[in-house]
Design a protein around this ligand. Structure first.
Ligand code: MF3
Ligand code: CO
Length: 269
């Protein structure tokens, strides 16, 4: 048992949820995962440079597939548990896991989340951004702005030896103060060696609850913020796409982060 084991064991004995040592990335792993994350950011930048009114979400899929593979990577969503495309594109009332479609054309006033996940040399990275098409409504503008603020506040609340719940509390509080709701039962996840690792990251849990944040932990901060009801349903036809139950708008922004000795680092956003 080394010093860290003793510290984790002591916390566990006090009833805290602590990560398994296998969830704490080594410096070598962090370096390799950061290379994957850098490609992931470049893919998002590539989408940002080309997304426009009149484009189909299928074209976004092609941008992501071509750029990723031309740079030696593999789009992580492609064939992941049967997901048919290289990226998730979630427009307006779609909360997440929208499937790119040649018949879905971006139009003035749309808001869209583009969720890019990359495998490079076997290492995984994941981040998503919101894009707005032309002139959007003031309510949509506020939703996108508040979602960004939520993620930034969540990031600020992430501290070594703090808790995952601190992040959730910061996010949920800000969303609700602005009259919005946070989706429950769909959350973030550990990442790096696999696409989805422990822990599951909720954005509705209380401050001081859930897993202790230990240096070397890597996970996503990716709250889904709804204009109206937080309730959702999943498309029965494709088994993936998640819609708001009330047809209200939903926004999501995802950062992939690393807990360090001194704080937190964003690996891709
Ligand atoms: N990037 C999504 C996430 O944060 C990926 C969902 S799985 C997929 O978990 F197959 F839809 F890509
Ligand atoms: Co993710």
């Amino acid at each position: 048992m080394d010093k860290l084991d003793v510290k984790l064991w002591t916390l566990a004995a006090k009833g805290q949820i602590v990560p398994d040592r296998s969830l704490l990335k080594t410096p070598e792993q962090i370096k390799a995962i950061q290379e994957s994350a850098d490609l992931n950011t470049a893919v998002l930048d590539h989408v940002a440079a080309h997304i426009r009114k009149g484009m189909s979400t299928e074209e976004i899929d092609r941008l992501v597939y071509d750029y990723t593979t031309q740079h030696g990577g593999i789009p992580a969503p492609l064939n992941y548990q049967g997901f048919p495309k290289s990226v998730c594109t979630s427009v307006n009332n779609v909360i997440c896991h929208g499937i790119p479609d040649e018949n879905e054309i971006l139009k003035e006033g749309d808001i869209i989340n583009v969720d890019v996940s990359t495998i490079l040399n076997g290492y995984y990275s994941d981040a998503s951004r919101m894009f707005t098409i032309g002139q959007i409504s003031p309510e949509a503008e506020k939703l996108v702005r508040v979602t960004k603020e939520c993620v930034e506040l969540g990031l600020k609340a992430a501290k070594p030896w703090g808790h995952l719940g601190d992040i959730a509390y910061a996010i949920n509080t800000h969303a609700r103060q602005n009259g919005f709701s946070v989706v429950e039962d769909i959350g973030g996840h550990g990442i790096g060696l696999e696409f989805h690792e422990d822990p599951y990251v909720s954005y509705v849990t209380p401050k001081g609850s859930e897993m202790v944040l230990v240096p070397g932990m890597m996970f996503t901060i990716e709250p889904m913020i709804n204009e109206g009801s937080p309730e959702f349903y999943i498309d029965e036809g494709n088994g993936w796409t998640v819609y708001t139950i009330d047809d209200g708008l939903s926004a999501q922004i995802e950062y992939m982060v690393l807990i360090t000795e001194n704080g937190v680092e964003v690996m891709t956003k």
